[in-house]
Design a protein around this ligand. Structure first.
Ligand code: HEC
Length: 169
């Protein structure tokens, strides 16, 4: 009995260890689909970048044509690139506002993965409500996707394609 335990235990351990490792691999998400909770409490995330004032390269986007605009960029869980790219599930929110209240916009990017938009590194673009929920346009459609704002988001962010489409970090 004793000998049996001595042989079987290490084998069991080995089996579990190998099993656990392969399990972890399978657990790596292939796709992350954001929902109304994904951007909740964004103002408690890591505020990694704050920009202020005009930026001619922005034009009117992100309120970049107004000298009083502040643009705060929050990275959920302080996410960073791993290698050249951000990991699947990486979630970034940019809050732009100005002194007269005319600019008051929350935009987001989520690394969705799963060949969602393989040509542009699989990011999904969002417009969000003040509480972080996904906004709805006048036709009742959720403001999300690659074609958001007729593709303006992805086309301008392509200027940062060498940095995985993220300008600031
Ligand atoms: C005309 C260019 C332009 C357009 C259009 C644009 N962006 Fe940006 N975006 C930028 C620049 C430049 C930054 C860097 C921060 C800054 O200078 O304010 C940025 C920053 C961001 C960030 C923070 C991550 C980063 O790249 O640093 C998010 C999130 C974001 N934009 C989302 C969007 C979404 C969603 C849309 C469409 C609704 C959009 N952007 C449209 C130029 C643009």
């Amino acid at each position: 009995m004793r000998r049996f335990t001595l042989t079987i235990l290490p084998m069991l351990f080995l089996f579990l260890a190998v099993g656990f490792q392969s399990c972890q691999k399978d657990d790596e998400p292939k796709e992350f689909i954001a929902d109304d909770n994904t951007f909740a409490n964004f103002d408690t995330w890591s505020l990694d970048v704050t920009k202020q004032g005009m930026d001619p390269s922005l034009g009117a986007a992100h309120g970049g044509n107004d000298s009083t605009t502040v643009r705060k960029i929050y990275f959920k869980d302080g996410v960073k690139r791993s290698g050249d790219e951000y990991p699947i599930g990486a979630t970034i929110l940019k809050y732009s506002y100005n002194s007269n209240g005319q600019v008051n916009v929350r935009t987001g990017m989520v690394k969705r993965g799963n060949n969602f938009d393989a040509e542009h590194n699989n990011w999904e673009y969002f417009v969000l409500m003040p509480d972080g929920k996904i906004a709805t346009d006048a036709d009742g459609n959720k403001m999300r996707g690659v074609q958001l704002m007729n593709g303006a988001c992805v086309s301008c962010h392509s200027g940062a394609s060498s940095k995985d489409y993220i300008f600031t970090k």
